[in-house]
Design a protein around this ligand. Structure first.
Ligand code: ADQ
Length: 469
């Protein structure tokens, strides 16, 4: 079988000392699980910066995975990572034009780093390998590899939403970005909605079309685009939740909330996650339901993320203020309505926390998928499961219809859903959870990986007739 080469911005191999996983972030979680069974290479940035780019590869074997990393120079880091990736593409693709920076130097840095990645990666690629590139940081990698004569099958998966046409065209280099995607043999999106938005751009902006085989044709080339909703390793999570560490955490959480029902939120501290809106919804709930105030508490776990970017520092400041205000208004001497934690936890501890929570608030304003929603479901006790409250703007809402689906912009909807979840009968909770768990188990990370890789393998190779029509 051909080798799989995974390319992502950061490389986070599984670390047993961290409860089995690398750093926080959905992409790292999913790729660690995906590479567990495939022999191959995981290539990306080391996370380190050096004064001048050397292209020197650092090869390691970690937990059965060959990891190849390269250092970037400081300007690369500022322009490519903090710049184009996190100040341009991330906000724009999450519908935050107000936070989007359209700085030309960022675009140049982005192209330069993608070229550098491709030049460092190319010598590792053998003729039968298939290459799978991940996420918005690395869209031009295939273009650069093709320029160097690499003809292997190359696929791309976008972990974040593809936005509406009218947003994409606000990017000065939008055509170039989309054209670069046509150097892939397969483009994967999280949802049909993102796929349709991408097709919408191709049809109306560059007069592309779909051929009889369902391929997209534009820029004199053709590619295949489809939705591959990502999942979690549900089996693994259901095992982890039985571990000693998970049980200990569960017991600790339950001991702390003997007279209270715990509601949980777990998110990177990011403006796309709707944290402010969630807290305002919770505040509304406390205001509207004085009788239930002493029955609940909210645990919000929000590890700091991208803290060199101003929008993230601003958000952090606003959250500190908001939480202070709500706790100040509703706390008693022996009760704090919100516990707020800015650190990350091991997977097993997180599993124990999820299981102890009677409801989870997953309220992003935009999210490619959202793995926390799926992890929460996977960690529940089948006999007494908690309730998932889920934003309609998370990709996960397409599959998780039995959750309480809300509009995160509405404090009233959040408040009503909290009230409903805390008073929901055990029968209804079980019914909803069973349907949700069935989906989380079937459409797990293995299915995601296998479906994508099979579709990429199934694409006609460069030597197959008709590819260059
Ligand atoms: P993220 O935006 O990072 O992922 P998400 O899908 O929710 O969002 O994944 C977050 C991951 O980090 C989860 O696995 C969660 O358990 C973990 N995590 C969060 N807080 C943690 C903490 N305090 N301690 C330990 N772990 C923590 C991006 C996209 C998503 C998409 C994923 C995967 O933005 O839409 O679902 O990639 O494609």
């Amino acid at each position: 079988m051909s080798r799989l080469i995974v390319v992502s911005n950061r490389v986070n191999p599984p670390n047993p000392a961290e409860g089995g996983e690398g750093s926080v972030g959905g992409l790292a979680m999913a790729l660690a699980a995906a590479l567990r069974e495939y022999s191959g290479i995981w290539f990306g940035w080391s996370g380190k910066t050096i004064p001048e780019f050397t292209g020197q590869l650092n090869m390691q074997r970690i937990e059965g995975v060959t990891v190849a990393t390269v250092d970037l120079e400081e300007t690369d880091y500022q322009e490519y990572y903090n710049g184009y990736a996190n100040k341009t593409l991330w906000p724009l693709f999450h519908y935050r034009v107000d936070l989007t920076a359209y700085d030309r130097s960022f675009g140049e840095g982005y192209d330069r780093v993608n070229r550098r990645f491709a030049e460092t990666l190319a010598p590792l690629i053998e003729p039968d390998d298939i290459v799978w590139v991940h996420d918005y940081h690395l869209i031009p990698v295939a273009r650069e590899l093709r320029r160097m004569g690499i003809t292997n099958r190359i696929g791309f998966f976008l972990h974040i939403p593809w936005p509406a046409h009218q947003l994409v065209v606000t990017l000065p280099r939008h055509r170039q970005l989309v054209e670069a995607l046509f150097d892939y043999d397969l483009i994967g999106f999280q949802t049909e909605e993102s796929l349709q938005a991408f097709e919408g751009y191709v049809f109306s902006e560059v007069q592309g079309a779909k051929n009889a085989r369902g391929e997209l044709v534009a820029f004199g080339r053709r590619t295949c685009a489809a939705a591959f909703p990502i999942g979690v390793d549900a089996q693994d999570f259901a095992e982890i939740v039985k571990s000693d560490n998970a049980r200990k955490t569960y017991d600790r959480m339950m001991a702390h909330s003997v007279f209270r029902k715990m509601i949980v939120g777990v998110d990177r501290l990011d403006y796309s996650k709707g944290l402010e809106e969630r807290l305002i919804g919770y505040e509304r709930f406390l205001h509207d339901h004085p009788d239930m105030r002493r029955e609940v508490m909210l645990l919000q776990v929000a590890p700091i993320s991208r803290d060199e970017v101003e929008a993230y520092q601003d958000l952090r400041g606003r959250l500190d203020g908001l939480i202070g205000r709500i706790n100040g208004a509703y706390a008693e001497m022996d009760f704090t309505p919100i516990r707020y934690v800015n650190r990350s936890y091991r997977r097993d501890e997180l599993a124990g926390v999820y299981r102890a929570a009677k409801a989870a608030l997953v309220t992003p304003l935009r999210d490619g998928m959202n793995l926390v929603a799926k992890e929460y479901v996977a960690a529940q006790n089948p006999d007494d499961p908690g309730v998932l409250i889920l934003s309609r703007f998370a990709g996960a809402a397409r599959q998780m219809k039995e959750a309480l689906i809300i509009n995160p912009n509405s404090p009233e909807e959040i408040s009503d859903a909290l009230e409903r979840s805390l008073s929901m009968s055990q029968d209804e909770r079980k019914q909803r959870w069973e349907a949700l768990f069935d989906n989380v188990r079937r459409e797990d990370v293995t299915a995601w990986r296998d479906n994508f890789v099979a579709a990429l393998r199934g694409r006609p190779g460069p030597d197959d007739e008709g590819q260059q029509e």
